[in-house]
Write a new protein. Structure first.
Lengths: 138, 233
């Protein structure tokens, strides 16, 4: 299934790294990039991605707030949100899921977990992975 | 002949981004990737790259101390440090360690190619803020950047800094000894010397010292906003 992906991180080099990892799946398309939460919310409206890969700590608007806005604005047909963050913490993961995210991956393990996580959340399944234990469930 | 570059960052995702950026440049190749400072030093000694790019915040051995060890081994190494902050202290430590390039991670996509090109041409590359501070130091207008100044960690040897990081990361003396191929007794002697030199009394003090002096980095908590009404229609 073709999956349209929006990448959101304030560091261009991280977005480039994410893009490189996602190139492993020829049927997925990175439709855009954003460097903060405000831009992410705007681009969700314009680009209609299936999955938003979202950082937590960003200028102007952090990822949690952006996630809430994305979910509140487009409750029924909105994209799934997958956090890719440096915060390897159960508390932060809980905050992310409470904000409406479907997935949570730690940046240090993104190379291991990202493709599986995008696959899962694009099928509306929960995927969470702290540093050691990835878990996927519907 | 291609310019050979060694990358060191603990996040593979960043290394992927850096590789993608640098490999676009004709005549450059990534000869190796390291995921911490210790591995970077070992690989640099073995591979003898033309340029080494090191992140500052890495486990086991941070990028500044990796740079110090490389320069101690061979002063001809050309090192660019990647950093998330260009505070005065970090700038001073990077210069003191012997880095010839200093690039903010947030600006790496824009500046890193220029930095490598500068080193390739036997020049240095610094952010405008570093240049301003260095210039101000020369002009003696209150800033205190100078290679001749005592570094912020004047009393610790390279080995002691290395052990400080490992202890602050929570490793026991025995684990440090295994990692550095030393006896536990030698590590405990170093540990006593470190505590005495720095006038520290506990491991907690050591951790605080290591954080304050950029020997280890910690994640800053994100400010979590209360669930509020959306501000965008």
């Amino acid at each position: 299934m073709a999956v349209r992906i929006l990448l959101v991180d304030d560091h261009p080099i991280v977005r480039q790294g994410l893009r490189t990892l996602l190139q492993g799946r020829g049927d997925w398309e990175v439709v855009g990039e954003a460097s903060d939460g405000v831009e992410a919310v705007e681009k969700v409206d314009h680009l209609r991605p299936d999955v938003v890969v979202l950082d937590v700590t960003m200028p102007r608007m952090n990822g949690l707030e952006a996630c809430r806005l994305i979910q509140q604005k487009r409750k029924d047909s909105g994209p799934e949100v997958l956090f890719v963050t440096q915060h390897d913490s159960p508390q932060m993961m809980r905050e992310a899921l409470d904000a409406g995210a479907r997935g949570y991956v730690v940046k240090s393990n993104a190379a291991r977990d990202l493709l599986e996580a995008v696959e899962s959340v694009s099928q509306h399944k929960v995927f969470t992975a702290l540093a050691r234990t990835p878990q996927s469930s519907s | 002949m291609k310019l050979r570059i060694l990358l060191a960052d603990d996040h593979e995702i960043v290394r992927r981004g850096l590789c993608a950026l640098l490999q676009k440049h004709e005549g450059w190749e990534i000869c190796g990737e390291a995921s911490d400072g210790r591995e970077a030093v070992e690989m640099a000694k073995r591979l003898k790259p033309d340029v080494v790019i090191v992140d500052i915040g890495m486990p086991s051995l941070n990028g500044l101390d990796a740079t110090r060890q490389l320069m101690q081994h061979d002063a001809h190494f050309k090192v660019i440090v990647l950093t998330i902050t260009d505070s005065d202290q970090v700038i001073r430590e990077a210069l003191d360690a012997g880095a010839r390039g200093f690039v903010l991670k947030s600006d790496a996509a824009r500046d890193l190619v220029s930095a490598v090109e500068a080193l390739q041409s036997k020049r240095m590359f610094f952010t405008p803020r570093v240049n301003d501070l260095v210039l101000a130091g020369f002009l003696d207008k209150g800033h205190t950047i100078s290679r001749n100044e005592p570094p912020s960690l004047p009393t610790l040897t390279v080995r002691e800094r290395e052990i400080t990081q490992l202890l602050a990361e929570g490793k026991s003396s025995k684990e440090v000894a295994t990692l550095l191929n030393l006896s536990t007794k030698t590590v405990e002697t170093h540990r006593s010397n470190i505590m005495r030199k720095l006038s520290l009394h506990s491991i907690r003090d050591l951790v605080v010292y290591a954080i304050k002096n950029n020997i280890i980095q910690i994640q800053m908590p994100v400010q979590i906003p209360a669930a509020a009404e959306p501000t965008v229609a």
